[in-house]
Design a protein around this ligand. Sequence first.
Ligand SMILES: Nc1ncnc2c1ncn2[C@@H]1O[C@H](COP(=O)(O)OP(=O)(O)O)[C@@H](O)[C@H]1O
Ligand SMILES: [Mg+2]
Length: 277
Amino acid sequence: MGVSVAYVTYADPEGFDDEKEIALAAWAEAGITGHIVRWDDPEADWAAFDAVVVRTPWDYIDRRQEFLDWARRVESVTRLFNPVAVLERNTDKTYLRDLKALAIPTYWVAPGEAADFPVLDEYVVKPTVSSGARDTIRTRDRAEAQAHAVRLAAEGRTAMIQPYLDMVEAEGETSLLYFGGRFSHAIRRIPMLTDNPLVLDRDNDRGELRDPEPDQLALAERVLAELPGTLYARVDLVRLPDGSPVLIEVELTEPYLFLRYAPDAAANLARALAEAI
Ligand SMILES: Nc1ncnc2c1ncn2[C@@H]1O[C@H](COP(=O)(O)OP(=O)(O)O)[C@@H](O)[C@H]1O
Ligand SMILES: [Mg+2]
């Protein structure tokens, strides 16, 4: 019997995960039979797989505890990538507090805390558990920023307040993909908090291939040195007005991997997976 690995997704009626086929084709080339399975499929026999790779469980945001309990159960019967300890830490952006020296300046408002932060030109306010800019606002109005932070905290969530960096609309955010700790490819991202029609008309394209700058590679490697042992990692970087690169987030749970954007990307992931099992 060959190697059998679960590709973990969610009940995705819209078919948003368009990376399954290319990933599984590359796994097959590497001698790995992939099986697409919903993380919350009650029939799934996780112990039957040689490994379980978390890919696109994109509905866990409202069910984080259930998702982590699932991951813990799976890890008790087979190899889980990324490991549950990584998923637990990474599904709440509070981990950015430990990477403060490398990350975008952030002011935190936990439930019960005062919404206390400096005056900025323009604010981004977001919850620590999110994806796809959900419940995230951009505003120049300090009272509106404060109100959004207070609203999130009242729901028992922790709010993050950051300066809006308009370089996301010019140079753009850069995502660096690493498989098995090795750099694979980098992507120039489309800004999400903009009403610029030129951007919004782009027909849902998510980004384009780019060569990372040496300072971006150096920063991404410093970030990953703090987070060893991952099969897949996406390091998302922006720049401060003085030009220095900073981390906006590191995606170790359910990142879109841009496998169709670089010729070797899917093969790089398959090779890292084959080495890990
Ligand atoms: N401080 C910021 N300045 C500029 N754009 C931001 C900022 N924070 C978030 N964004 C935009 O919103 C997107 C989503 O925010 P992010 O922090 O990556 O959370 P998530 O992807 O988990 O929702 C980013 O990719 C970027 O386009
Ligand atoms: Mg993001």
